[in-house]
Design a protein around this ligand. Structure first.
Ligand SMILES: C[S@@+](CC[C@H](N)C(=O)[O-])C[C@H]1O[C@@H](n2cnc3c(N)ncnc32)[C@H](O)[C@@H]1O
Length: 307
């Protein structure tokens, strides 16, 4: 992995790394270095979770030290921001905006060229937010609440663990859409991915009164925008789209949109029922669905009694 120190900080490369929070080191990452760093960070987090689960504190501490020595979450996020830049494949929320622009007519509150609404009607929770200027934030369609374990922008991204976020008491604290873009694959173990999906439910709200009779609202919300690296679905021994549909179905979600590119899979899942934790009819354990030596081990498990 090549991490080059930057000599000057003008020009397009430094603009890509500009944030409200100053970076500890002014650095640029090549595309290859970004990919290597992201992969290595995921692997170390996975090994750390395993060592913790095994009660091996010495190994766990050593792995944490290794993660930090590689730049920790901060450098990982910079590498991920690189991935979001147009030169590296772009911002995934553009896909959500394309889908919603198609269905939300001007009478639903957005109109091309219209002045920003004083307060958009739709509320979005973006979990794992690295930027306050991505397509969904700039769309004027949403009032966006952005959270991340490590905020890159104190003013606009709340530093918060979604798994610790206080459960909402009223619809004012719930959302029409939750975005989990490249977040589940960041989590180091299968069960915590299922826990995160399950935890989205109490954060979804019933349609606000003003939109209750709007067909395009009813057909698209409340919903979950989910983005994963494509191989998590297309090349895993333990997960494919049918199994993902079954897992999501058991939580009350149905797939309404999907897009598969060479790198990413994008889904929009609408929630059909009451937004409370469902009592699971059965658990989804790690089961082989796609044998093959060259496949990866990514999966999501859903187990009872973990929350
Ligand atoms: C690969 S980045 C994805 C960023 C962006 N959403 C995208 O699509 O490029 C994953 C981010 O998820 C954040 N994250 C992971 N678990 C989280 C949690 N429980 N609560 C809030 N943020 C979380 C990480 O801190 C990291 O910044």
């Amino acid at each position: 992995m090549t991490v080059r120190k930057k000599k000057k900080h003008s020009g397009p490369k430094s603009a890509l790394l500009s944030h409200h929070k100053p970076s500890p080191k002014l650095i640029t990452l090549s595309a290859k270095a970004s990919r290597t760093l992201i992969r290595s960070h995921h692997q170390l987090r996975k090994r750390h979770a395993q060592a913790t689960a095994d009660g091996d504190t010495v190994a766990a501490d050593a792995l944490l030290a290794q993660i930090e020595a590689q730049g920790g979450l901060r450098l990982y996020q910079l590498a991920s921001i690189k991935g979001q830049s147009n030169e590296r494949g772009g911002d995934s929320s553009k896909v959500l905006m394309e889908w919603l622009q198609e269905v939300l007519t001007p009478s639903d509150g957005i109109k091309p060229g219209r002045q920003p609404l004083e307060r958009p009607l739709l509320r979005m929770l973006e979990v794992g937010a690295l930027s306050a200027t991505n397509a969904c934030s700039c769309s004027r369609l949403f009032d966006v609440t952005r959270i991340d374990l490590n905020s890159q922008d104190d003013q606009r991204i709340l530093q918060q663990d979604f798994m610790q976020r206080t459960l909402p008491c009223s619809d004012d604290e719930r959302f029409d859409v939750i975005s989990l873009s490249l977040v589940l694959n960041f989590l180091p173990d299968n069960a915590s991915r299922g826990d995160m999906l399950r935890r989205t439910l109490p954060f979804l709200r019933l349609p606000p009164e003003s939109l209750r009779t709007t067909r395009s609202y009813a057909e698209n919300f409340p919903s979950l925008f989910l983005v994963l690296p494509a191989p998590c679905i297309t090349n895993s021994r333990y997960l494919d789209e049918n199994r993902l549909k079954a897992i999501m179905g058991s939580l009350g979600y149905s797939m309404i949109r999907r897009k598969i590119s060479s790198k990413l899979v994008y889904y929009l899942w609408i929630h059909n029922g009451p937004r409370k934790q469902p009592s699971l009819k059965h658990s989804y354990k790690k089961v082989e669905v796609n044998p093959g030596k060259k496949r990866n081990n990514f999966t999501i498990t859903l187990e009872e009694d973990r929350t």
